[in-house]
Structures are given as structure tokens and as C-alpha cells.
Design a protein around this ligand. Structure first.
Ligand code: MIC
Ligand code: SF4
Length: 643
């Protein structure tokens, strides 16, 4: 039996473990990336490991999230990251150079290589045939130090594309269609491989839109083969030498195969507040729109921008709509400007924002009160835009333009003929905003520039053999890391200041949480299914750790978050019987005895001292995970390993 493409790359990077579904495997990592909102913490963790120079083939630090400098904090963090990068052998992409995933695809991605990034949308690299994973900052720090990356061997899903996208139907609609089919938890524990004759007509940036949003499925990652389309993209970037053809074996075996006929796909839209809340655009036609945003790591490629410009050319956006455009990279912006397309965008009345994440993470351009915002982004979680009662919908750039022009949700196919857009054979390459690290000798003398916003890590708390704690918060299904540790312009600058961040923990669900957790001393949080979906931010584990959370009991967990909890020394435990979720209530006093024995047997008993209920919990930790929990987290564990 042959191998899938992902299995081939796993096999060639396997450090330990057996490639059987559900087993823990360790992978050698060729490349890492960080962004600034998670990077400051990741580099503090890297520094604490005492490794002088990264041991990867390529590590890149991007500044793209915290680019609003409304105080000293972000600028200080940028300087800190720049100084760490120069000293420790990391390439540094300066603020303004673009969104990490877009720039990495353009300039550094290599088919067949492994990449981990401290950002959940790192699977964007799957568009170029990389095996790319989102991970917590600690895991990225370990990989930079030459350590392996541990994952659970995933199942293999294949999506078979046939036909060809019709005018005004896009790669974004393919992403929304698969979300409609699978839901935000349908990809958990799986790698999604895209194939079929339909992929030949999808460019690398279009493929990257699809692998980018595989994150919203909860998938471990997503990947396309590396083929002639990949070669052409790399050649246009002046990097043809990086091309290698890669594909699954013809007799590869998949756990599930899903067919999508591109011919019959229609423009789709994800309604508030979940990316899988997908309906046809036509079914919402006429809904009034206040704001339209084009950009983000999902839809900010040159082709996306050219299409937006071509559709806006000679037209004016509705006076009732405020529209922003954020190109994904300096390369995209420069080419938009030199081709005249930027002028068409501006003439139509759109506002140009920086080449950065911007409104996607609530960094400015928040909608008006109760506003309807159509965004080409990948997430529409409650409150993420920065306006608590805004209604955010996810759409393609074409659907975004249609709404901007008419002031209402509009099927873009009513706009007339799609103008012909020719892709250039060569992209304009200008890497002047990517700084090379210092050579190893001169690096030794370089200082690390630390600002006053950098505060110490929360203290490690080794798991003891018994735990008595209050159930401080009980939440429902699909709790995102944006619920646990919100982002946005007011909070993001404090990503290296856990004590300050802690006051906002779970504020979206319950503003009293932080104070109550701190008063309780030690506590347990209870969640429903898919707990911790969304971002890779390890702050969603480090901040609860700081507030005294010792365990999270849920019906199921999202992959990156469960790894972050363990890395922080917090036990993720699941209900053996999901109905037991109803037997415990917020405020109850809970206890778990014989924790260590439970880690060995795979089950623990949770006693509700308030109502007498006894509940069986499952916990299937690997030996490494048990050791990490007993040590009080990955950093403490790594310390014990280095002794
Ligand atoms: C996001 O899209 O939620 C982010 C902001 O890029 C996060 C990372 C972070 O929280 O810093 C992600 O996706 O991992
Ligand atoms: Fe940035 Fe948004 Fe992409 Fe996250 S999802 S990396 S915030 S553009």
C-alpha cells in the first residue's frame, strides 16, 4: 500500500514513534516562523533554553500583528525580537513587510519541508506542498533549538476536486464549502490532502487560501501536491531551484474521501459567529452592510487584490459602507502600485491599510455598534473585531466588493462579466525588509534589547498527586482561544506581560472570572466539545496557569490548545461519558485523587464534593506528556532534561 503525500513527508522527518494513527510521533523541523504577538514569549522561552544559535534550516521572525504603536509596548517588543533574531541566527521580517504566512509563501516556503509556526494559520504553507503546522510558542522555541515537534499521528482525509471554478466563485468558497461539510471540528485529528483534476486550475495563492482555512476545520494541517503550478509560482518568485515535484502514491489509502465539484459551487458566506455557519450568498441578498474588509493571511495575494481593483475600477463604493484593503505583503503592495491597480482601489473610495493583520485581529478598523462587517478573513468569532456586538461575515474578495458597491450583501455574479486579469510571469522581488542574522562570531557581542513591558513567566506548578479545587467556570461547546484570552488593539501589546493580560481572561464569557479564579487559589475550568479551537496563542494556557487553573475538563479539545495546556503544566482531561458534563455546576468543589496513578491507567475519578457525584475522566498522556505535567510544564521539563 502506498503513502499519502503527508505520510511521505512525515516518514522522511520521523525522529521517533510509529506512524500509526493515534500514536505520538516526533518530527524533525526544517523551518520555523513566529509572528510578534506570540513571538515575544516564544523568544523569551528560546532564550531560557540557552541555545546560542537556531538549529533549523531557516527560522524567520515576522512583525505583522502588533503594528499599531499606540504606546511604547509594541515598538519595544519589535526591537526585542529584532535583537534576538540578529543574535541567534533568525531572519527578521520588518514591520510593513507583510503578513507572515503570505511572505513565507512568497519568499521562504519550500515543498516537502516541515515548518512549524507560532500561529495557527501556518498550514498556509501547505499551498506550496510544505507540511506546515501551527504550534504554541514553546514548541516553536524547542524546534528552533533543534528539538523535535511532537504530534499525534493523524488520520488522512482527501478532498477530491473536479471541474473548474466558475466566474465569481473562488478558492474562498471552496474553503467555506468544506467548512459547511465538515464543521469547525470535522478536521480534528486529520491531515487534509487536496487533490483531483480540479487542483490544476488553482494557483498557489488560491491553494494557500484553502490550506489556510483548514485551520478552521480543526485539522492538524492541510496540503496540496507540488506540481507544475507550484513550479510556475516558485519561478515567478525567482526561486525555481526550490521546486521539487511531490504527490501521494496512486494507491495511497485515505480514512475519508470528500468530493467537491467546482463547476457547481456557488458564492458562499459564513454567518456570525462561526466560520462553519455557511450559507449561499444569494440567500442573504439585500442584508444591509456597514463595513467591508479585504485582506488577512487568507485573501491578500496579488491576484486577490488585482481582482478587487478590477471590479472597483471606475466605480464608487456605497456611501453607507466603509471599506478597507490590506495587501498581504510589500511585494503585493508594490505591484499593485506600479500597475495602477492601487489607484483604482483608492479612487473607488476604499481605505488602504498597512500590509499587516490589522482588522482581522481587532488591530484597528473595528466596525460601528452592531455593525455588519463582511470580511475576506478566516475567523468571525464573537468580539474578535473589537466591537462586541458587531456581526462579522466571512466572504471572498469578489463578494466583499459586491457588498461594498451596493451597500448590501450581494451575489457577486450580478456584477456583470469578470474582467480578465493576467498574472505577471515574474513577481517583483525586494527582500530589503528582511534582515539577515549576524554571523555567529559577531553575534556574540550583540545585546538583547528588552523593554519594560516584558514581565517574568508565570511560576511553574508541578502536578501533585491530588487536586482539590473549585469549578470556577463552566462554558459550552466550541470555546475559542479568543474567548479564553481575547486579542485586539487594547490587549495584544501585553502579550509579554501575563499579569496584566490576566484581568481579561475569559472576559468575553464572564467578566468576573479573573477575580474569582485568583480568589479561589487553585481552580478547574469545565468546557464542552472542541474546547480551545482557533488561535495557537499559548497565552490561553499561560494566563489561566497564572490565575491558578490546574486542570481543564472538557468533552473534547482542539489540537494546538491541548498541547499548550500540557506545555503550561495544566491537565487537559475529558469526560469518559460526555453526559456527565451536566452533573457538575459552576462553584462546585471538586477533587481528583491519585492523579499519578490515573495518568498511568488513563482514567481518573473526579468527585464533586458539593453534590456527591463521581465522574470518570479519560486522560491518555504519553510518557513525555506525563513527565511534562509532573515537572510543571515544558520549560521546567526541558530544564530537567538539560541537567
Ligand atoms: C489569530 O488569527 O487568532 C492569530 C492572532 O493570528 C493567532 C495568534 C495569536 O493569537 O497571536 C493564531 O491564529 O494563532
Ligand atoms: Fe493575522 Fe488574521 Fe492571519 Fe491571524 S488570521 S495571522 S491575525 S491575518
Amino acid at each position: 500500500m502506498g503513502y499519502t503525500l503527508a505520510q511521505k513527508i512525515i516518514k522522511s522527518h520521523l525522529v521517533s514513534g510509529e506512524m500509526a494513527v493515534g500514536n505520538e510521533i516526533a518530527l524533525r523541523i526544517d523551518q520555523t516562523l513566529t509572528q510578534d504577538a506570540t513571538g515575544t514569549m516564544a523568544y523569551l522561552e528560546f532564550e531560557s533554553m540557552g541555545v546560542p544559535r537556531v538549529r533549523t534550516e531557516r527560522s524567520v521572525a515576522y512583525i505583522d500583528h502588533n503594528t499599531l504603536q499606540s504606546g511604547f509596548e509594541n515598538a519595544d517588543d519589535h526591537r526585542y525580537i529584532q535583537s534576538v533574531a540578529a543574535k541567534h541566527g533568525i531572519w527578521f521580517s520588518r514591520p510593513g513587510n507583510g503578513i507572515c504566512h503570505q511572505v513565507h509563501l512568497e519568499r521562504f516556503g519550500v515543498p516537502g519541508k516541515t515548518l512549524i509556526g507560532s500561529d495557527s494559520h501556518t498550514p498556509t504553507g501547505g499551498g506550496i506542498g510544505m507540511l506546515a503546522f501551527g504550534a504554541g510558542g514553546m514548541d516553536v522555541a524547542v524546534a528552533m533549538g533543534g528539538g523535535a515537534y511532537y504530534i499525534t499521528m493523524p488520520k488522512m482525509f482527501k478532498v477530491n476536486l473536479t471541474g473548474r471554478l466558475q466566474p465569481f466563485v473562488t478558492a474562498k468558497d471552496v474553503s467555506l464549502e468544506i467548512l459547511r461539510i465538515l464543521s469547525v471540528k470535522g478536521g480534528v485529528g486529520a491531515i487534509i490532502e487536496w487533490g483531483g483534476e480540479g487542483i490544476a486550475s488553482l494557483s498557489v495563492p488560491e491553494r494557500a487560501t484553502i490550506t489556510n482555512m483548514g485551520t478552521e476545520l480543526g485539522a492538524t494541517t492541510s496540503i496540496f501536491p507540488s506540481d507544475e503550478v507550484t513550479r510556475a509560482f516558485l519561478a515567478a518568485e525567482g526561486r525555481e531551484a526550490d521546486y521539487v515535484p511531490l504527490a501521494a502514491d496512486p494507491d495511497a489509502c485515505y480514512d475519508r474521501v470528500i468530493d467537491i465539484d467546482l463547476n457547481t459551487l456557488e458564492p458562499l458566506i459564513a454567518c456570525p459567529h462561526s466560520p462553519d455557519n455557511v450559507v449561499k450568498v444569494a440567500s442573504l441578498a439585500g442584508t444591509k452592510v456597514d463595513q467591508v474588509c479585504v485582506g488577512s493571511c487568507t485573501n491578500s495575494s496579488l491576484m486577490d487584490m488585482y481582482k478587487v481593483a478590477a471590479l472597483l475600477k471606475g466605480r464608487t463604493i456605497s456611501p453607507d459602507v466603509s471599506m478597507s484593503v490590506s495587501p498581504g505583503s510589500k511585494q503585493v503592495l508594490k505591484m499593485l502600485a506600479s500597475s495602477g491597480a492601487l489607484s483604482d482601489i483608492l479612487s473607488a473610495g476604499a481605505r488602504l491599510l498597512e500590509c499587516a493583520c490589522g482588522p482581522c485581529i481587532g488591530m484597528g478598523f473595528s466596525p460601528n455598534s452592531a455593525g455588519v462587517s463582511l470580511r475576506t478573513f478566516n475567523r468571525n468569532f464573537l468580539g474578535r473585531s473589537g466591537t462586541a456586538d458587531a456581526k462579522v461575515y466571512l466572504v471572498s474578495p469578489e463578494t466583499a466588493v459586491a457588498a461594498a458597491l451596493t451597500g448590501t450583501i450581494t451575489d457577486p455574479r450580478t456584477l456583470g462579466a469578470m474582467p480578465h486579469i493576467a498574472m505577471p510571469d515574474r513577481f517583483v522581488v525586494d527582500d530589503s525588509a528582511v534582515l539577515a542574522p549576524a554571523d555567529p562570531e559577531s553575534a556574540k557581542a550583540l545585546p538583547i534589547l528588552r523593554g519594560p513591558n516584558i514581565k517574568p513567566f508565570p511560576e511553574a506548578r508541578p502536578q501533585l498527586d491530588s487536586l482539590r479545587a473549585e469549578l470556577v467556570l463552566k462554558v459550552g461547546d466550541n470555546i475559542t482561544t479568543d474567548h479564553i484570552m481575547p486579542a485586539g488593539a487594547k490587549i495584544l501589546p501585553y502579550r509579554s506581560n501575563i499579569p496584566y493580560l490576566s484581568q481579561f481572561c475569559f472576559a468575553v464569557c464572564d467578566k468576573t472570572f479573573a477575580a474569582r479564579a485568583q480568589e479561589a487559589g487553585e481552580s478547574i475550568v469545565v468546557g464542552g466539545s472542541n474546547y480551545g479551537q482557533g488561535s495557537s496563542r499559548e497565552h490561553a494556557a499561560l494566563v489561566p496557569l497564572y490565575l491558578g487553573v490546574r486542570a481543564v475538563v472538557a468533552k473534547s479539545f482542539a489540537r494546538i490548545h491541548v498541547a499548550n495546556l500540557i506545555n503550561a503544566g495544566i491537565m487537559p482531561l475529558t469526560f469518559a461519558n460526555p453526559d456527565d458534563y451536566d452533573k457538575i455546576a459552576q462553584g462546585d468543589r471538586l477533587s481528583i485523587h491519585c492523579v499519578w496513578q490515573g495518568m498511568e491507567t488513563g482514567t481518573m475519578t473526579l468527585e464533586d464534593e458539593t453534590n456527591g457525584a463521581k465522574i470518570t475522566l479519560s486522560c491518555h498522556f504519553t510518557d513525555r506528556q506525563k513527565a511534562i505535567l509532573k515537572a510543571g510544564g515544558l520549560l521546567a521539563y526541558t530544564g530537567t532534561q538539560l541537567q
